[in-house]
Design a protein around this ligand. Sequence first.
Ligand code: ADE
Length: 250
Amino acid sequence: MRLDVVTIFPEYLDPLNVSLVGKARARGQLDVRVHDLRAWTYDRHNTVDDTPYGGGPGMVMKTEPWGDALDSVLADGYEAGSHAPALIVPTPSGRPFTQELAVELSERPWLVFTPARYEGIDRRVIDEYATRMPVYEVSIGDYVLAGGEAAVLVVTEAVARLLPGVLGNAESHRDDSFAPGAMANLLEGPVYTKPPEWRGREIPDVLLSGHHGKIARWRRDEALRRTAANRPDLIETCDPKAFDKKDREM
Ligand code: ADE
């Protein structure tokens, strides 16, 4: 998968060299290219923003640097043989970024991110590229960040771990909170590892029982308990047929 990021803070994306994403890059599973938007400014001050039409606080990112930057990144990508780019625009006004959307994006060959600072990018830029490629305006949560770069890190990590061969154990995202399947829309319950006792705290007996059926039942109960406590809204979205008599007694 190819990823391009155009930003005024290229160093903000340095964490893409670390851990899972960094290893995927080193192995050639991810081709990440970070570009400085100011490379496409031609005035002495490398201006990327201006005052908003209609008035109001803050500044708006200008059309010309974004247009020139995206044209150049896209042309370079096509030359390198990349196809079917999608534009990912992080914004608090976007659709919620979910595991389902992460799966959809992980199936695309090429993502181009446009993290903005200030009040956002002149709308004409997004409208222009939407005529050429799918555009995903995404929000990573109901809060306002100072810019979209942190959202790029979030989306990239969620997508990269879904790529074939990136996670050591392909099974390990099967039970993720929000993974599709029998536990759809339940949060994952607690997990434990050695030693069996720590500061007087023991492992739940059932996990040492070797009884797979009982362990599965316990995990499901814990998932339900945690979901009811932390995300009661998710219980509402579960298929009622997915609950059995014991669930309903909880
Ligand atoms: N930029 C600023 N806030 C954001 C958010 N919540 N999600 C994505 N991009 C953002």
